[in-house]
Design a protein around this ligand. Structure first.
Ligand SMILES: [Zn+2]
Ligand SMILES: [Zn+2]
Length: 241
């Protein structure tokens, strides 16, 4: 993404669902998502990373951070961010192996559409992605870390978030995505790194929550790896700062 080097700051929305998530709109495809006013984005489908290759291929004007949103056994959503597509795909494969096959009715629960590099719908995933996997929170965090990823508690203060679901933030990661400014302020006091992202399921939601990186943070190279490093160091601002 060399063409944007020199901008003062970069907008990032790191929680976006593609048309592969059953609950996301069918228009959540590269040609729509990548016209939005964000520089860095992460595709984080439920329990799969299979649509990310299409975004990497078609959205050359953006930095795409390969991601996944894993639904744990405890009904908690955990985001994983990776430096490479390969790492995300390896994790996606393990998640698939740890998910009970469950035939479902796409007319009722939503289609799970796979894209190719021409943005055509080329298939569907038959097992429902909206159910918990057999992976515990600890196993999920370990799996993400094993592939060099960053584990983040998704929307911790909302349904399927760790705080909402369990009343606490389990150990394993100090990075948390929240919905409310108050939670952000509270968690920061306890030393957490707090992210704000949209969790967009329809195009209009993209960028509604986001974070900002300063150009200096990148030493000239903006890619998934440097984005992840900056998050881990807390070198960004949120919409609430
Ligand atoms: Zn979620
Ligand atoms: Zn989500």
């Amino acid at each position: 993404m060399t063409e944007n080097i020199g901008k003062k700051s970069y907008k990032a929305d790191l929680h976006i669902h593609s048309c592969l998530s059953p609950c996301a709109d069918l228009t959540m495809v590269p040609s729509v998502i990548c016209t939005k006013d964000v520089d860095i984005l992460s595709i984080t489908d439920h329990n799969t990373a299979e649509n990310i290759a299409a975004f990497l291929y078609l959205c050359k004007n953006k930095v795409i951070v390969p991601g996944i949103e894993i639904h744990t056994l405890e009904d908690v959503h955990i985001l994983g961010y990776f430096s490479t597509l390969d790492d995300a795909m390896e994790v996606s494969k393990v998640v698939g192996e740890n998910t009970e096959p469950f035939p479902y009715d796409p007319e009722r629960f939503g289609y799970q559409l796979l894209l190719n590099q021409a943005e055509e719908f080329v298939g569907t995933l038959d097992n429902y992605l909206g159910f918990p996997t057999n992976l515990s929170i600890d196993q999920t965090v370990d799996l993400i870390k094993k592939y060099g990823g960053l584990a983040v508690f998704a929307h911790a203060d909302r349904k399927f978030g760790a705080i909402d679901q369990l009343g606490i933030l389990p150990k394993g990661t100090n990075i948390v995505e929240v919905r409310k400014k108050e939670t952000c302020q509270e968690l920061r006091k306890s030393g957490y790194i707090v992210l704000a992202s949209s969790d967009a399921h329809v195009p209009d939601e993209i960028g509604s929550r986001k974070i900002f990186f300063q150009n200096e943070a990148f030493c000239g190279k903006i890619d998934s790896k440097s984005v992840i490093e900056n998050i881990a160091l807390g070198r960004f601002r949120t919409i609430w700062d």
